[in-house]
Design a protein around this ligand. Structure first.
Ligand code: SAH
Ligand code: SF4
Length: 361
């Protein structure tokens, strides 16, 4: 099978050009075509001579994804794509318009091995890791769409740019660490796409060695931790990896991350009726986070068919939020159309969301 061109870092493209007997500046031309103009076929590498385009097309794939389905929310603010990869696997990518942001939620694995029982991705197990290029290509796909001429299909005027990336789609990014960070280095490379690292957020289920490693990365990527429970007893059930990395170790790693980076950490907490939404649990959560440079993002649970977990009722959710705030914890809740647009993707592959329609098969 052909290699995906987006799997190569700039230095690897440089080496390739050398091997192919091309002058050094060709690497920059390729890089700019891919990451500034979002070329997705060899024909679009218009600054290169035809012969070189031909040779590259024999070796490399320029577009790994095929649209298997697209769901567009009725207000046009959310576009969810199901992509088919060359090996037949499918992944989800979501483009979200939110405040002034144009944010993409990308997948990092096909499936996930972590088995959180409230998560549709977790229920299906892990199929495989995505390559760096497959992660990069999801962001480029959206950048390309946003950069296309205006046709009334977006809630803002096109052409425009992608402003944020969240790693909150299918998969656990820390379980595919090297490919994820290679993708992030490619997407932040100033010679090309050049997205600011601070506009990227990585969400983890709480893999402690990953958090410690990330704290030392030169790229200033934001960290979000999926907490969902304030005690080990409950978290062991909701987030099974907690048995391996219990709260005390997780919180130590997060404190170390904050100490080294001075960056605020977001804790995600999906409110589940009768499970983790008691006000006493809000107090325990406040105790756990008190004094930390932290923010709590309360997520109304998206119920997954076949799972017993239900979202909290809205009054309880509000009371939970207010209790945290009264205790001095920075916290917010997003309630747009029942989908948390920053953390609600990844579990959408298996169901159709209210207000969304399948516009293409
Ligand atoms: N594996 C990583 C990132 C992908 S999941 C992680 O777990 O953090 C992204 C976010 O969606 C996580 O906070 C996850 O807990 C949350 N999530 C998963 N299933 C959900 C559901 N049914 N409703 C609401 N949030 C969910
Ligand atoms: Fe995996 Fe995250 Fe889903 Fe848990 S919530 S199963 S870690 S994708």
């Amino acid at each position: 099978m052909k290699k995906l061109i987006h799997d190569l870092a700039f230095e690897e493209i440089s080496d390739l050009m050398k091997e192919m007997g091309e002058p050094a500046y060709r690497a920059e031309q390729v890089w700019q075509a891919l990451y500034r103009r979002f070329a997705n076929s060899p024909d679009e590498l218009t600054t290169l001579p035809k012969g070189l385009r031909q040779r590259l097309s024999e070796k490399f794939l320029f577009q790994p994804m095929e649209e298997a389905a697209v769901q567009i929310s009725s207000d046009m603010y959310t576009r969810k794509y199901l992509f088919r990869l060359p090996d037949g696997n499918t992944i989800e990518t979501v483009l979200m318009f939110y405040e002034r942001r144009r944010s993409v939620c990308v997948s990092t694995q096909v499936g996930c091995a972590m088995g959180c029982p409230f998560c549709a991705t977790g229920m299906g197990g892990l199929r495989r890791n995505l390559s760096a290029g497959e992660i990069v290509a999801q962001a480029l796909y959206m950048a390309r769409w946003l950069g296309s001429p205006d046709d009334g299909s977006a809630p803002v005027k096109k052409p425009t740019t992608l402003t944020h990336i969240v790693l909150m789609g299918m998969g656990e990014p820390m379980a595919n660490y090297n490919n994820v960070w290679k993708a992030l280095r490619i997407l932040t490379d100033k010679r090309g796409f050049g997205l600011g690292a601070r506009r990227i957020t990585l969400s983890t289920v709480g893999i402690v060695p990953g958090i410690r490693k990330m704290a030392k990365e030169p790229l200033q990527v934001n960290l979000a931790v999926s907490l969902h429970a304030p005690t080990d007893r409950l978290r062991n059930k909701l987030v099974p990896i907690n048995r391996r990395y219990p709260l005390s170790e997780l919180m130590d790693a997060v404190r170390e991350y904050i100490r080294l980076t001075n960056r605020r950490v977001t804790f995600e907490y999906a409110l589940m009726r009768g499970i983790n939404d008691d006000l006493a649990q809000a107090d325990l959560l406040a105790n756990l986070l008190s004094g930390m440079l932290a923010h709590v993002n309360l997520i109304p649970l998206n119920p997954v068919p076949g799972s017993p977990f239900q979202p909290s009722n809205p009054d309880r959710a509000r009371a939970f939020l207010e209790r945290l705030q009264k205790r001095g914890i920075s916290a917010t809740m997003r309630l747009r159309r029942g989908i948390d647009i920053e953390a609600g993707c990844g579990q959408l592959r298996r169901r159709v969301i209210e207000g969304m329609e399948i516009s293409k098969h």
